[in-house]
Design a protein around this ligand. Sequence first.
Ligand code: SF4
Ligand code: SF4
Length: 393
Amino acid sequence: MSTRGHSGRLLEERAPKELSDTSHTCARCGFCKIVCPTHPFGGGFETFSPRAKIHFLKDYYEGRAQITPEWVDRFYRCTTCERCQTVCQTAIPLVHLWENIRSEIVTRGFGPMPAHKKMGDLAGEFGNPYGEPAGEQPRWMLPEHSPVDKADILIFGGCTASYRMPSMLRAGATILTRLGIPYAYAGGHEQCCSSPLLRTGQLEVARILIARNLDLFASTRARQIITPCGGCSKTLKYDYPIWAKRFGKSFNVEVLHFSEMYLRLIQQGKLKPVKAVEKTVTFHDPCHVGRSQGLFDEPRKILAAIPGIRLLEMPNCRKESRCCGAGGGVKANYPQMAAAIARDRVKEAVATGADTLVTMCPFCQGSFALAVKELDADMELSGLETLLLASVV
Ligand code: SF4
Ligand code: SF4
């Protein structure tokens, strides 16, 4: 089960009264503060805690507080990792509140933060937050990959996998190719899924890109969209149906993270991991795949199906997994904090005694690659699909 608790309503459609009502239920227990990965980077001050932010929002929505640059900075120091929401004893939809106040900050001209604005401007101009030319999007493909124009399955590469960390995307396409399963791919036409824009409150650019993607998806007539990215899969699964309804566009497709597809193929007997991969691994649950989508068992079942793999869990795993530090625009605007959070997670992985840290999100993998280098850690990094590919004939 996802811990996200989506309401099925667009964030900006929630009335201030309704938002303030949810903050009234805060019991001030501070559980959210204990688990928040960014709170320790606020010098230990309570004002950087989720609990303090909730109380600011209560005052703000009831007209007793104003948005100031200090509060803007505090609200953007959040990876949207959902740990606070998971432990909140009164089930406040905290991440909804964080995303909502960010969109209000942008609407009222107090934000976003400079790096987010740059990301939004590039996404508006190029269709991706890296500012890469669209023609570069399919460059991850190998000669053996042969997408067809129309198929039931559409691969959505996503910006980070397509332009920066392609190994998971590449391995996933290779697995489908080897199994003879046809897939479509719209490389060069895909727009950013808009996860980074929605999480940083930049809804105006997001709505343009989402509308284009919805038209693109409709033109392929795919019945399933599959993606290797945690942020893309979460956004396509939970945000797109809401936006499609608002636009009056159709979105009758099933969205799957790659791990869901692999497990189905294994369970159907179509994908048979047979070659031993002798590795002792530990697994990092990406926040937007684990807590957001509830996909905790899928990767572990896949690892268990690969002969030779031995899994050593980190103390903080599954619902309690720690964040890689990159999400919610934190890596873009607060790179030092993001890097420190990633290093802490890599240290936890090293302490298990595993030789390989496995994840299933290119964004997490990018953060850990940097952290491993900075720590000079004796730790290999691997995408889940790379291990799986090594095991299939
Ligand atoms: S979503 Fe994560 S980073 Fe943001 S306030 Fe909650 S625990 Fe902290
Ligand atoms: S965990 Fe929930 S109830 Fe407890 S302080 Fe945080 S927001 Fe309030």
